[in-house]
Design a protein around this ligand. Structure first.
Ligand SMILES: CC(C)(COP(=O)(O)OP(=O)(O)OC[C@H]1O[C@@H](n2cnc3c(N)ncnc32)[C@H](O)[C@@H]1OP(=O)(O)O)[C@@H](O)C(=O)NCCC(=O)NCCS
Length: 178
């Protein structure tokens, strides 16, 4: 994946570097961050988890992950997973942010910017995001990033604490050229 650097109104998105491990641990090892993300996201989040994730990126060419920087400090990650085969042309968006900077519109800016980067750099028709029903802040992020609510998949997700919730699907289509 080529190096990415995108400046938005509130933050900078850039390709991860091997020296990002400590920065990742300092923001990801937080129960508030882990609460509504997939249980595949490790919690507690250790330095080994960060090193392993950073080392895995070169072998995952269909994963476009960038770190979010605020005034030079790492404060989150936003990812596009490019799907394949019968889902070719579709990508899934994921975003998480340090709880120290929630409520400043950063996730919405980062999500919008990476989605638009995806439309302009890959052969994508559609970007989608799955949100566990209690995560209303993530739904607001997606609405502010130009996504629309499309479907509710009843009782489709199990949260980290074992509770079962609806999966709310959001999508954004590539704008048609005139
Ligand atoms: C969900 C998440 C990405 C939102 O990031 P963010 O940068 O705080 O998002 P925004 O600043 O755009 O806020 C989105 C909404 O959250 C609410 N919100 C966020 N922080 C808040 C705070 N400190 N106090 C009150 N409301 C808050 C607001 O309703 C806001 O909408 P508004 O701008 O219309 O008022 C962030 O909370 C996060 O990383 N959570 C953990 C990981 C996660 O759940 N990721 C999403 C998986 S799908």
């Amino acid at each position: 994946m080529p190096d990415v650097r995108i400046e938005t109104a509130t933050c900078v998105l850039r390709s991860p570097r091997s020296d990002d491990a400590d920065g990742l641990v300092s923001i990801a090892n937080d129960a508030a961050v882990a609460r509504y993300v997939s249980p595949r996201f490790p919690y507690p989040y250790t330095r080994e988890n960060a090193v392993e994730w950073l080392a895995s990126l070169p072998s995952r060419p269909r994963t476009v992950s960038v770190v979010i920087e605020l005034e030079g400090a790492l404060c989150g990650v936003v990812t596009l997973e490019l799907l394949a085969e019968e889902r070719a042309g579709v990508a899934e968006l994921h975003c998480w942010l340090s709880s120290r900077v929630w409520g400043r519109g950063i996730a919405a800016d980062a999500s919008r910017a990476l989605t638009e980067y995806g439309f302009s750099h890959f052969d994508l028709r559609r970007v989608q995001a799955h949100v566990i029903a209690p995560n209303v802040n993530a739904m607001r992020v997606l609405e502010k990033a130009g996504f629309r609510r499309e479907a509710v998949l009843a009782q489709s997700l199990v949260a980290r604490d074992g509770s079962v919730h609806d999966d709310v699907l959001y999508f954004r289509l590539k704008p048609q050229a005139d």
